[in-house]
Design a protein around this ligand. Sequence first.
Ligand code: ADP
Ligand code: MG
Length: 592
Amino acid sequence: MAIIGIDLGTTNSLSCVYRNGRAEMIPNELGDCKTPSAVSVLEDGTVLVGAAAKERLVSHPEATAASFKIWMGTEKTLTLAGRKFKPEELSALVLRQLLEDAKRYLGEEVEEAVISVPAYFNDDQRCATKLAAQLAGLNVKRLINEPSAAALYHRYSAQAGDCQLMIVDFGGGTLDVSIVDCFENIIEITAIAGDNRLGGDDIDRAIAAHFCRENGLTEEALNPSLRASLYRQAETAKIALSGASAASISLQQGQTRYSLVLTNDLLRQLCGPVFQRVRTVISRAMKDRSRSSRLNDVILVGGSAQLTVFVDFLEELFGRRPHAAPSPDETVALGVGLCAGIKERAEDLQDLVMTDVCPFSLGVATYSRRDDKTPHMAVLIPRSSMLPASHQERFRTLHDNQTGLRFEIYQGEGYFASENLKLGEVEVQVPPGPAGEQSAVVTFTYDIDGILHVSAQSSGGDFRERLILNPNLHLTEEGKEQAMERIRQIQLAAQGDQRDQLLLERALRLYVQTIGRQREEAAGIIDYWRYLMETGDRIQRRRDYDRVKERLDLLEAAAEEDPLADGLWFGESEDGDFGENFDGEFDEDSEE
Ligand code: ADP
Ligand code: MG
C-alpha cells in the first residue's frame, strides 16, 4: 500500500511517490510523466484521458474537454458527446487514470493520495477537489498548496541555507506567487497571492487573436476544428520560440491558406497585458509578506515559466535574472511526493517542518448597531495567517430578550458580508435578558488540510459545532453514491493500449489538419490502424508501430512545414513522398 502525491494541474497532471530516500516521478503508460488533463468520450462511450484525449480537441472538439480545473467549485456543466459532466467528475476521471498508472508502475495498491491545489483556491474549489478524489475512489486526507509543495522540494533538493524566496508558478491556467522563509528545518510560507484565471492559455489566446486580426478572420467564424488547430499551433509556436527566433502558424480554410510568423518581439508585445497582470500579483505578494527583508532568490516553476520572454520580463522587473528550477514542470509534483513521504513518516524526512498560510480571510457577518441593516465582516482569521490558525471572539446580543445568536460564516476580502462567499452558519440559544447581557464565543480553527471548524458557545451553555462543507458540493450520502456509481461505470480505454490509441488519435487529428494527398495518406493510416485496434491484433500492432509512427512523423512535418519558406501547398512533388499505397506495404510486412 502506497501513498502518492498528485499535482492535478489545469493543463497537465503528474504523480510522484517517495521511495528509496527520494521523490520519484511516476510515468504513465506512454512513459511520460506529464498526463494532459484532457478527457474525451469515444463513440462506444468509453473515456480517454491524457495525450490521446488532447489530440481529440482538434478532431472531436464536441466530445472532448480540457482546462476544466478553472471551473472547479462552480455549477458549470460541460457536455461531451451529448453527456453532461461536472468539473469535479472530469477531474475524477483524470485522477482515476493517474491512479491506474501508479498502481501499474508501483505494482501495488495505492491507498491514499496528497493532492496539490493552487494557493488561491477558495473553499468551494478545495471541496470540489476532495469530491473529485472521492469519486475516483481515492482517499485524500490532505490537500497542499502548489507553491508550498514547490518550496518544499526546492528547499529539500537545493539544500538551501536560511533564506527568503519568492516562488513564481506560472502554469497553463493559474499563476501563484508566494513568499517563503526557510529557517533551519522550517519552511514557512509567509505570503501568497495569485490569479486562478491567468496562464499560458491566455498567451495562446492572444496569439490566436492576433493571427485572426492579421488575416482578417474572426475566431467565432472558424469551425471548432480549425479553431482548436489554431490554438494548438499557437501553443507549439510559443514553446518553439524559447529555442528559436521565429515560428509560424498557418490555417487552411477552403481554398485559402492563412499564416503568421511569430517572433520573440511580437510575442513580447502580445504578452504585454498578461505580464501586466503578473506584475499586479507579484506586488501584492510583496506587500503581504511579514518580513520586509530582501528576497534571496526568485524560483520559477510551471510550464509557462520556461518562456524566454517571461524570464526577460521578470529580469527587468527584479533587476536580476530569476532562477529556473531544474525541471520547472515537475517541481510541484516532486514536492507533493515529498509531502506524501512525510505523511508516511519516512524516517529521513521527519525533521522537516512545513507551515502554510490561509489564502483568504474568514469571519462572520456582524451588525455594528441595533438599527444597522447591512452586516459586515468580523474577521476571525485574516488572510495570510499561519496555519493551523485558531481565533475566538465574543459577540453580544443586540436586542432585549433575544432568544438566540445566529452566525453566518463567510470567506473573502470584501468589507460587507454580502460581497463574500457564504460558507455556512451556526446558531446557539441564549437565555432571555437585556440587550448586550447575553453573549456567545465563536471559535474558528482552520487546519493545514484547509478544513474550517467553527464552534459557538453561548453564555447559557448552549454549544454548537460546524465542519464547513460547501452546501453546493455537499452531496447527501445517497447523492454521492450515485455520483460515484456514475463515474465507476465509465470505462477508461483499455490498459496497455494507450500508446496505440495515441497513434490513432494523432492520425485522426492530422486528417483534420491536412487536405489532398496528405489527407489521403492520413486516411490510409487511420483505416489500417483502426482495423488492428478493432480486431485486437496486438502482435501486429507491436510489429508495425515504429513504421506507422515514422509515417505520421513525416506527415506531421509536412503538414506543419513553414508555408512561407517554400510553396508546399502549391507543389505536387512533395506529395510524392507520401504516394505509396499504405495498405499494400503493410500487407507485405505482415508476411515476414
Ligand atoms: P498547469 O500547472 O496549469 O497544469 P503546467 O505547469 O504544466 O500547467 O504548464 C502548462 C503551460 O505551460 C501551457 O500553457 C504550456 O503551453 C506551457 N509550456 C509548457 N512548456 C513550455 C515551454 N517550454 N515554454 C513555454 N511555455 C511552455
Ligand atoms: Mg501546475
